[in-house]
Design a protein around this ligand. Structure first.
Ligand code: ATP
Length: 344
């Protein structure tokens, strides 16, 4: 039984999700103590509980402590089963984070899976649908697993009820990965998503980014969703390089001008552009897991160049090392930060 202190490092939901994912993939049981101890409302919230239930189903686990607010969780995984799954969060909690929990198990399973997820699809502090589909999954495909997704309906806070489906064609042998250069910039796309709010919000976001960058009109797209369950707005900036695509998403908020939402999103994209590295902060965080699993299985692992690691990523590395027989090296001496993951 592996024991994980949920209050270490970042002390948030990622420790729970990654521990469940790694338990399912490796077949090792885990006890999580002090779950989300560093958050203002500690313990499992709705979104985390759905992640626990999703993980439980995909690997027929025995679980203790799977209740709202629970600060201790025991998870004993069984065998991972590919299949058809539906998970409804019931709030605007992030569907992409629930997918993050079960994807490692299903992408290395022995059959194709179809997953339907309902809840939030565009949440601050979580991967947006665009980030998942355009930045993360194409990189995952380089390791072997092919995951195709469809956004049927966006879900925003507080109404939620968005819907994503994913088809997972797995690859039990994850291959090696190298991403140290991004190559030339070959495309840019700005997508302003607007649901049940005035269209001018999306127009102003596009105008703000167009004025600051001089990008051609053809780079901009407004997607007005007529049948969304609740109001919401998100603006994504997609930067396509020869070797990688990165996505930065900002979220409209009551009381925050559309111009500011757009400007802050552009600032994050420019920070990444100026750094010259291929892998941005969140991609780095999320690549650790598949690379770690590949190295543990002695078929994969690899190296990538990124921005200085976030506290999230540092915590993530500590969790990986508890479950996997891997060697992780973080080299901060050159341009950017080199992260190398090899079999232990
Ligand atoms: P908590 O409420 O405990 O903070 P949480 O479940 O929301 O919990 P975090 O531990 O904060 O989780 O993890 C957030 C996850 O979302 C991480 O995997 C992080 O990489 C990802 N993430 C956050 N912001 C973005 C973003 N802008 N783009 C892509 N991914 C993101």
């Amino acid at each position: 039984m592996i024991r994980i202190d949920g209050s270490q490092g970042e002390g948030g939901g990622q420790i729970v999700r990654s521990s469940l994912a790694l338990a399912a993939v490796t077949g090792q049981s885990v006890t999580l103590d002090r779950v989300r101890a560093r958050r203002s409302k500690p313990g499992l919230m709705r979104q985390h509980l759905t992640a626990v239930q999703a993980a439980l189903q995909v690997c027929a686990a025995h679980v203790e402590g799977a209740q709202l607010g629970s600060q201790q969780l025991v998870f004993r995984p069984g065998v991972v089963r590919a299949g058809e799954y539906t998970f409804r969060i019931g709030t605007a909690g992030s569907t992409t984070l629930v997918l993050q929990t079960i994807l490692p198990a299903l992408m290395t399973a022995d059959g194709v899976s179809s997953i339907t997820l309902e809840g939030g699809t565009h949440n601050p502090l979580a991967p947006s649908y665009e980030f998942l589909a355009r930045a993360y999954l194409p990189l995952l495909a380089r390791l072997g697993p092919r995951v195709t997704t469809t956004l049927h309906r966006p879900g925003f806070f507080p109404a939620g009820q968005g819907r994503i489906t994913a088809t997972v064609a797995p690859s039990p042998q994850l291959g090696r990965f190298e991403l140290c250069e991004r190559g030339a910039l070959v495309g840019r796309k700005v997508r302003a998503l607007i649901a049940r709010l005035p269209r001018h919000i999306a127009q102003r976001e596009c105008q703000t980014i167009a004025a600051a960058t001089g990008w051609d009109e053809s780079c901009f797209e407004i997607d007005e969703v007529a049948d969304a369950p609740g109001p919401g707005n998100a603006v994504s900036i997609e930067l396509q390089f020869e070797q990688v695509t990165e996505v930065f998403t900002g979220f409209g908020q009551r009381g925050v001008p559309a111009e500011l939402v757009a400007q802050q999103t552009l600032d994050r994209a420019r920070h990444y552009l100026a750094a010259g590295v291929p892998v941005g902060e969140h991609l780095a965080d999320q690549l650790l897991l598949p690379l770690g699993i590949g190295a543990h299985r002695r078929t994969g692992g690899g190296v990538f160049r990124t921005l200085p690691l976030s506290s999230h990523s540092r915590t993530h590395i500590q969790i990986l090392k508890r479950f996997l027989d891997v060697h992780i090296e973080v080299d901060e001496t050159g341009g950017g930060v080199l992260v190398r993951i090899d079999p232990g």
